[in-house]
Unconditional design. Structure first.
Length: 271
C-alpha cells in the first residue's frame, strides 16, 4: 500500500476572524468575527483542510514543535499585543506537549537554577517594557486596519487579493478572463491548473482567480529556497512569503520573503 505523499504546504496562520462562520475545533463554539483566530492549514495540490481555533483553544501539531511564533503565517498583521499573546500561547503549548525534547533537556543540564531564575526575571522585565511600547503602536495599527477595512467595503464586489499589484488595464483583462472561465467546469479548470503545475484546490471562484492571475502575470514559481513551498501573497504587506513544506518526515520552515517582482513568473500554457 502506498501512503499519500506528504509533499505540499502545511502551516499555521493567525488572523482576526473575517466572519463568524467558523467553529473552533477545540471547544466547538463559534469564533466571533474579529476575534483572534489561529488555524492549522494543510494545502496540498489535491487536498485543502483548514482547522480554526480560538487562540486559547489552539492545538499544536507535532510537526510544529520547533516552530517560533514568526513561523505562523500572517502573524505580522496582528497588533503587537496579539503577536505577544500568540507567542506566549505557542511557547506554552510547546512546553506542555513536547516536554521530552532532547534540546530542552540539554539546556536545563547546562544551566543551574539560579541562572534560570535570573533569565526568567529578565524576560519578565523585558516583556513588561515591551508591552508599554506596544500599546502606543497598537493604536496606530488599529487606525490603519480600520482604514484598510473601510476602503475594502467601498468596492461593490469583493476584489481579488492580487488586485493590489494590478494596474487598471490588468484589472480589466482579469475581469474579461474571469467571464470566459465561468463557462468552464471546475474539473476543466483543475486540469488547466494541473497542466501548469499550479495548486488545484479551492472553489470555482478561487480556481478562476488563480488561472486569471497566471494568464496575466505568469505562473508563480515554487520557492527557490528549498524548491518545496509555494510562496503566498500577503495583500496588506504586498509581499510573498513561503510557509515551507512537509518533507518525508519533518516540516521544513522557510519564511523567505519575496518582493512582488522577486519570483519568476512562468508563462501560462493553454491546454
Ligand atoms: Zn474554542
Ligand atoms: Zn521556501
Amino acid at each position: 500500500m502506498k501512503l499519500p505523499s506528504l509533499e505540499g504546504d502545511m502551516f499555521m496562520t493567525a488572523a482576526y476572524a473575517p466572519s463568524n462562520r467558523a467553529t473552533c475545533k477545540g471547544c466547538y463554539a463559534k469564533i466571533n468575527k474579529e476575534e483572534l483566530r489561529l488555524s492549522n492549514i494543510v494545502d496540498e495540490d489535491h487536498y485543502h483542510q483548514e482547522h480554526h481555533f480560538h487562540a486559547d483553544c489552539f492545538q499544536l501539531k507535532p510537526a510544529f514543535k520547533n516552530a517560533t511564533y514568526k513561523d505562523i503565517f500572517h502573524v505580522e498583521n496582528l497588533s503587537k499585543a496579539d503577536q505577544e499573546k500568540v507567542k506566549a500561547i505557542l511557547e506554552k503549548l510547546q512546553k506542555s506537549e513536547f516536554k521530552k525534547k532532547p534540546q530542552q533537556k540539554k539546556q536545563i543540564q547546562n544551566q543551574n537554577k539560579v541562572n534560570q531564575k535570573k533569565i526568567i526575571d529578565e524576560d519578565y522585565k523585558n516583556t513588561k517594557k515591551q508591552s508599554k511600547k506596544v500599546e502606543k503602536k497598537e493604536k496606530k495599527l488599529e487606525t490603519i486596519k480600520k482604514k484598510s477595512e473601510s476602503s475594502q467595503n467601498e468596492s461593490d464586489d469583493e476584489e481579488s487579493d492580487v488586485f493590489v499589484l494590478y494596474d487598471k488595464a490588468q484589472k480589466e483583462e482579469f475581469r474579461k478572463i474571469q467571464k470566459e472561465l465561468e463557462k468552464k467546469s471546475a474539473g476543466q479548470l483543475k486540469q488547466m491548473l494541473k497542466a501548469n503545475d499550479q495548486k488545484q484546490t479551492g472553489n470555482k471562484g478561487e480556481l478562476i482567480e488563480r488561472i486569471a492571475d497566471c494568464m496575466i502575470k505568469g505562473c508563480l514559481e515554487k520557492c527557490p529556497n528549498f524548491s518545496g513551498g509555494r510562496p503566498k501573497f500577503n495583500p496588506i504587506q504586498k509581499i510573498f512569503k513561503c510557509p515551507g513544506y512537509m518533507d518525508d518526515t519533518e516540516f521544513r520552515f522557510c519564511n523567505k520573503v519575496f518582493g512582488p517582482k522577486d519570483l519568476k513568473r512562468i508563462p501560462w500554457i493553454d491546454v
